[in-house]
Design a protein around this ligand. Sequence first.
Ligand code: 5GW
Ligand code: MN
Length: 360
Amino acid sequence: MLLNKCSSTREPMETSAWVLTSLDSRTDKNCNGKKCLLSMLFINAVFIIVFFWYENKPIRWHYESRLRCRQEMLYDKPQIFKPPRSDVLMVTPWLAPIIWNGSYNIDILNAQFHQRNVRVGITVFAMKKYTVFIKTFIETAEQFFMVGHKVNYYVFTDRADDISNFTLPEGRQLVILEVPSYKQWQEVSMRRMEMIRDKANQRFYKEVDYLVCVDVDMRFSDFVGVEILSDVFGTIHPGFYNAQRGSFTYERRQKSTAYIPTDEGDFYYAGGYFGGTVEEVYKLTNFCHKAIMTDKHNSIEAIWHDESHLNKYFLYHKPTRILSPEYLWDNNFGVPQFLKRRRFVAVPKNHNEIRNKRAL
Ligand code: 5GW
Ligand code: MN
């Protein structure tokens, strides 16, 4: 309405001003044929320009998109004295939101991210026997992960032949990245930082806007959407959401670069779920990989490997968004009251069968 009003009042007035000046010159005694013709042409040109301006696409498109947004975005007004959740912390002291069920409106967020045509990459490692987890991972992700958005699955593996073909809908694709394997499982886990860093630099930045980096021994069991996306995000480990900082399993030996003193720390973040823009994930993985290499040089390995380094990174580079344990749960921890959704849950694995030396 507002736009229509603007264009119908302002432009015709401007037009009539032009017409008057032109008419003045027509009635001038010194007017010759050439001048008249030029004036007529000029008036015609002005009319044509105004006509197209009035009818042009940007205004109509803008108007239509306003209508579309209005229809999609009818929702309850936020209420200052009625926070949607009062049983859990919803914002950190550095003003990063903590994402819980009920704390956001997915329709508003989807409209925002669709406007930006956001592309999301999800990285997983399926090395050695862990290729068995891929099928469930992708099938459940197709049901629940970033539904309606563009998604690239980046599967790092040393056994490309073991990964079956999936038919994915338009806008979603599977990319297999063949990488060398490492003997020790700790190395398999830690080298993820290096490999994500290298691919971020080589190709991810051209193909996606955000990266989500997760463990593969998992299944999606509820929606995970654009509410998780932010410059750099981490996830609260399901085993430590209510723990004192002194009992977080941070690296406590000063010799390691991952060392954190007992009187520091905000949350204990899970190694199996972090992400952000490609640039931020590059910075994070580069930092962690370099720290892992320094430790290796000094013959020390952090207690929880890449997870210890991730926690060190997040202590001094605060995440801009934090995912609640809804986003990374293990049913061995039961189902507490505050947990309204279990969106991404560990698949129980037979540790001996999947991990023992013979199996590897
Ligand atoms: C193998 C033996 C012991 C520990 C890890 C592995 C292993 C891990 C492997 O053989 N292949 C592999 O691809 N991984 C990757 O590292 C998977 O993406 C896996 O999700 C991730 C972390 O290892 P997890 O899931 O066994 O660790 P937890 O702490 O979740 O049990
Ligand atoms: Mn895992």
